[in-house]
Design a protein around this ligand. Sequence first.
Ligand code: NAP
Ligand code: GLV
Length: 320
Amino acid sequence: MKKTVFITRQLPDEAVAPLRERFDVDMWGSEDEPVPRDVLLEKAETAHALWTVISEEVDRELFGRAKNLEIVANMAVGYNNIDTEAAKEHGVAVTNTPGVLTETTADLAFTLMLAAARRTGQAEKALRAGEWKSWTPMGFTGQDIFGATLGIIGMGRIGEGVARRARGFDMDVFYHNRTRKPEAESMHGFRYSGLDDLLRRSDFIVVLTPLTDETRGLIGARELGLMKETAVLVNAARGGIIDEEALYDALRSGQIWAAGLDVFEEEPIGLEHPLLELPNVTALPHIGSASIKTRLAMMKLNAETITDCLEGRQPANRVV
Ligand code: NAP
Ligand code: GLV
């Protein structure tokens, strides 16, 4: 009998073909509608492998019911949607997709810096609404990126990618991690900073930590209060790291200048969410890694780890 793989989202044939040759593959039939929770639980009861995306909650209840499960392969580098403690207790491997999405996500984080600082979303919306009457001396004026100071919170793979891009814009780069990175400091001149100092001195602040118990709410009212009135804050990591209510207050009152957000506490964000009322918010629907090449590379990694695990080899990129 072949082992079974359940894929929680419709993926391109070319990504799934290598698995079909070896296993019984069952796939949720929609690319944009998440698999309902009861279907996920039912499929997990018999599956040997689950290939998940970040909207699936892979929790203790699921691991408790998944009697055959050997691996959960998450199509993301972040894996805060998976209860890794429960996975460990049930002896299930969990893998993610680091590295292949680093540069694509760094591009997107930089896009958000540029778009929020130069108000490109607002300006395009005005043009399309027929509001462009003439060249205006102070119309849509924003903040300069070139030569500004950048603070990166979470200087990992993607954070370093953003920092490297910033050198081309002649930016002064500071970073904050729990551990220092001497190589990044000596090779590129990036400077380590305590969190509060980074918040005070930066013109641009980019958040790129994972969402963990430690980083949830890392940027709240106190931290926003330390930022410059001209600061642009970007979150390309996970919703929940920045307190959205505090962010709304800070943007509305002019405590900070603008925000660029690819991620939200609740995804998809509701259209009635207060942050979407603010003109100084540039909002994107969690598309950090969304280039064709990168998404296919992520899928290839997932398919390889599932194959290795189900055939008794050690899968790469295990987080548990
Ligand atoms: P990574 O290489 O593991 O980098 C994460 C960095 O965060 C590490 O340098 C880590 O350094 C730092 N960090 C962890 N906890 C921290 C804390 N409490 N305070 C300060 N720094 C902390 O991961 P990555 O590949 O760059 O990805 C980062 C995150 O981006 C992912 O976890 C994911 O959630 C998010 N992401 C989003 C998208 C998107 O579509 N928007 C795409 C890809 C990734 P220390 O351990 O030394 O603190
Ligand atoms: C996307 O959000 C990822 O973590 O890869």
